[in-house]
Structures are given as structure tokens and as C-alpha cells.
Design a binder for this molecule. Structure first.
Ligand code: ZN
Ligand code: MN
Length: 487
């Protein structure tokens, strides 16, 4: 028997505009309930929506980064449904003419290869409000979120494992953050995932079965996404083993919810088809025609994308996969590190400085690495001091720490605090000779190569470090010592 998981993802990303998609209300959910509302987003009769151009620009920017074909002519449609948090009883969305279609996204897999996942479409639509069920014996409705711009991205069912689904979601988060179109803050619910999953099963006789496509609604964390897909993978196989009529042809599609506490999906309803929504063109909004010049301008301003940047760091800077991943987790860090290398710093040393001290400190201060008050030139110079052996790696961390409050160049800081390593072989040689002369027994133990040799060598190195107040370059001192003891 051969079982293959087939999954596609529908993702909603909240765009980081100041105001809503069709009115001037502020986007801000932390404000008191129902304070950021107006007749348009409250859905009062007779009002006219007006499109937010910034939201459209952000959507175009993302669609371009997803290698999509851009529609030159696109329109808005009403998607009808009745729900307390949707006062108009329809959502303004895009149906048959989405602003973009037929793209792809490259995702890195755990084995080091990448995979191309096709994008069916990406379109703009407005969000609904929020039902609040906690605390009271009745539900309350907060319409602050109503009308917030969402980018809906739909992939082809090209994903074949729960991990691939999670990776795509995380890469997309990184992408929209790099592009500056969304904060994509999971805690704030800026990204929501709806995987659709089924199995292709080929039994021992070569017969092929397809289990019903199940869409799991409204997942708001990467963990829930991965677990929900894994659960469906297991459940659908069990159901099919129990009953071979558990197929797409016989059972159709269905919507399921995710119960995080119980770690399982629950049947909600048969899946609705497009005709259930009674889509029709929105008569109150003019179609959007995309201007070539404007499109070119957005294209020209696109930044280097996170995966491309990561691969460049690995290829050009010879970083390992892990460090390159950490350094491209956000754009500010990636550009800061890149800037330090371009300013002449050794890539490996700069990567160590940024990952070992910069990111930790930025995290403690709740800021980005580029906001620590240290310039890329300073980091480049410090990286070079380490590279040349003028300061040790641990002294470099101390210097980095001092740079947070001291604007002098790293070399001046190192000198001021006596952190320059003694690399002058001539001066070190005299000290090594002195140490050997004063500790002849230890020197003999090293020379004899017996059990005590390693410990004795450590002792002698310790003496050298002590005499130089810890400033001897350990590599050079060690070489000198070994050379002398071989004589
Ligand atoms: Zn409004
Ligand atoms: Mn949607």
C-alpha cells in the first residue's frame, strides 16, 4: 500500500496599513471595542466604500514576490453570508478577477533542498469583526477589525507533509515581514491558515483511492497548522482502512475545526461551494486598472527576498545553513550583517558577533540589532580585529558590549581596556622560555609524552597566560610552547 498526503494552503495575511480597506478608520484592535468604526465599516445603508491605495500596493508587492502574474484589470465582488460580525451580510472580496494569479514560492526543506509550491492566486478582501464569548452569559461583538485589509493567498495542493505546510507558512511570514507589508505577528492574529488535506492511497492491487478533501478552518499558529495536518493524515487513513467508501467521490468535501486542547479536528459542515456565496460584482466600487509605470515602480523597489539572501550568505560568505537562517530571520538583522561584511568585516567573524552577542542583546532590549546604537562599520572593524588575531573571540564580545555606550572605534576601545592580544612572537617567546625555565618538571612531563603530559602542557599554557595577564594570543603562544618542548 502506498499513501501520499496532498495538501494545499489558504492563508490570510493582515496588511499593515494605517487605515482600513474601504474607509478611513484606523486599524487598531487594542483600542476600546467599537471605537474604530464609521458608517462604511458598520455597513449602514447608503454609504459608499473607497479603496485604500496603500493596501493595493502592498498586495501587488507581495504578489510580485510570489512570482504571480499581475492582472491589469481587476474588480471587487460581494461574497454573501450572514454572520453577526459581518454587519453588511457580505464581504467585499475578489472572485473571478483576482489581482494576481499563477505564481510560485520556493521553500527550503529540512534535507537542504528547496521545493517550488505553486500559488493559484492572491487577492485582497476585507476582514470581519470579532465575536467575544468570554466572561459574560451573552456574546459581544467588536467591529474594530471589520474592514481591515487581508491578502488571501491560495496555493496549489503541492505540499506533501505536515512539516512542508508549516515551513511554507513560516517562509511566507518571513517574506511579508521582509516586504514590510505585514507585521505578521502570530500573537496578534495577523496570519490565519486553512489547510485542505486528503490522501492518495494505492492499495496492494494497484487500485487508487482519494479520501475526502477536508479543510481545517482558522488555524492561528504554526504549531496548530502542523498538528492539524498530521492529525488529518492519520485520521483519513484510519477512516479509509475502516471503510473503503471513505472517498472524495462518495463523501465530497467537508470543513473541520481544530480543537487545540484535544489535539484533534472536529467535523463542522459539508464544504460550501462558490455558488453558495451568491457572488456578484460590487456595484459601489470601480474596477482597478493597474498602470504599467506604477507596477514597474513597485517592482523596482522590491527588496532581496529572505531565501535568496540566505542562499547568498551560504554561497558567497560561506556561512553554514544554521547561521545563515538565523541572520535572515528578519530583514533588519540580515541587512545589518550584510552591511558589516560589505564594510570589510570577515563574514564568519561578523556572523559570530551578531548571532552570539548582537541578537541576544537586541532581544533583551526588545529592539532590532540595527537599533543597538552600534554601526555596521564598527562591527566590520571588530570582526577584522578578531580575524587578524589582535583580539580574542571572547574579548570581542566584551568590546561589542562596550560599543553599546562607547562610540570610539573598536580598536581604541580594545586598547583602552587592555584587550589587545599579544601576538608578537618575539615578546611571547621570551615569556615562554621563562615559564619553561621556571617549571622544568612540567616541561619534562610534556616531553616524555606520558599520562601527565596533557595536564602539564595545560599548566604551562596557564602560566604563559598568567604572565601576559591573559593577553597572549593562545594560538601563537601554544605553537611557541609546543615548538620549544620538542627541542
Ligand atoms: Zn470605517
Ligand atoms: Mn478569504
Amino acid at each position: 500500500m502506498d499513501v501520499k498526503l496532498i495538501a494545499g494552503l489558504e492563508i490570510h495575511v493582515q496588511l499593515a496599513t494605517k487605515s482600513k480597506l474601504f474607509c478611513g478608520c484606523k486599524v487598531g484592535f487594542e483600542d476600546p471595542p467599537n471605537s474604530n468604526v464609521c458608517p462604511v465599516c458598520l455597513g449602514l445603508p447608503g454609504v459608499l466604500p473607497l479603496m485604500n491605495k496603500k493596501a493595493y500596493e502592498y498586495a501587488v508587492r507581495t504578489a510580485l514576490a510570489l512570482n504571480c502574474q499581475m492582472a491589469r484589470f481587476t474588480k471587487w465582488d460581494r461574497k454573501s453570508y450572514y454572520y453577526p460580525d459581518l454587519p453588511k451580510n457580505y464581504q467585499i472580496s475578489q472572485y473571478d478577477l483576482p489581482l494576481s494569479h499563477d505564481g510560485y514560492m520556493e521553500i527550503p526543506l529540512e534535507d537542504g533542498t528547496t521545493k517550488k509550491v505553486r500559488i493559484i492566486r492572491a487577492h485582497l478582501e476585507e476582514d470581519a469583526g470579532k465575536n467575544l464569548h468570554e466572561g459574560l452569559d451573552h456574546s459581544r461583538i467588536d467591529l474594530n477589525r471589520t474592514g481591515t485589509p487581508l491578502l488571501e493567498i491560495v496555493t496549489e495542493p503541492d505540499l506533501n507533509s505536515p512539516v512542508e505546510c508549516r515551513i511554507l507558512a513560516q517562509e511566507l511570514q518571513k517574506l511579508v515581514q521582509f516586504l514590510g507589508v505585514s507585521e505578521a505577528n502570530m500573537q496578534k492574529g495577523h496570519m490565519r491558515f486553512e489547510p485542505n488535506i486528503n490522501l492518495q492511497i494505492i492499495d496492494d492491487d494497484g487500485r487508487e483511492y482519494r479520501t475526502p478533501i477536508c479543510e481545517v478552518k482558522n488555524l492561528n499558529s504554526f504549531r496548530a497548522l502542523e498538528r492539524a495536518v498530521a492529525y488529518e493524515e492519520w485520521r483519513q487513513l484510519e477512516e479509509w482502512k475502516h471503510d473503503h467508501d471513505f472517498t472524495l467521490e462518495k463523501m465530497g468535501k467537508q470543513n473541520r475545526g481544530w480543537n487545540d486542547a484535544r489535539n484533534e479536528t472536529i467535523f463542522q459542515r459539508e464544504k460550501e461551494e462558490a455558488h453558495d456565496y451568491r457572488y456578484f460584482p460590487e456595484p459601489d466600487l470601480v474596477p482597478v486598472e493597474l498602470d504599467d509605470d506604477w507596477l514597474e515602480k513597485i517592482k523596482a523597489a522590491l527588496c532581496e527576498l529572505p531565501l535568496a539572501m540566505k542562499q547568498r550568505f551560504i554561497q558567497d560568505y560561506e556561512l553554514n545553513d544554521y547561521d545563515a537562517g538565523v541572520l535572515t530571520a528578519d530583514r533588519a538583522t540580515a541587512e545589518f550583517f550584510d552591511g558589516a561584511v560589505k564594510a570589510g568585516g570577515s563574514a564568519k567573524r561578523a556572523a559570530n558577533l551578531v548571532t552570539q552577542f548582537g541578537l541576544k542583546t537586541a532581544h533583551e532590549r526588545n529592539c532590532r540589532v540595527n537599533e543597538l546604537g552600534v554601526t555596521v562599520e564598527q562591527v566590520a572593524q571588530l570582526a577584522q580585529l578578531v580575524e587578524e588575531g589582535a583580539v580574542s573571540s571572547s574579548a570581542a564580545i566584551t568590546i561589542f558590549e562596550k560599543m553599546l555606550t562607547d562610540e570610539s572605534d573598536p580598536k581604541a576601545i580594545a586598547e583602552k581596556h587592555n584587550l589587545i592580544q599579544q601576538s608578537d612572537a618575539g615578546a611571547l617567546e621570551a615569556i615562554v622560555d621563562e615559564v619553561i625555565a621556571a617549571n622544568l618538571q612540567a616541561a619534562e612531563e610534556v616531553k616524555s609524552g606520558g599520562k601527565k603530559a596533557k595536564k602539564a602542557r595545560g599548566f604551562l599554557m596557564g602560566q604563559v597566560m598568567q604572565k601576559t595577564k591573559g593577553q597572549a594570543n593562545p594560538k601563537i603562544a601554544g605553537e611557541l610552547l609546543d615548538g620549544k618542548l620538542k627541542e
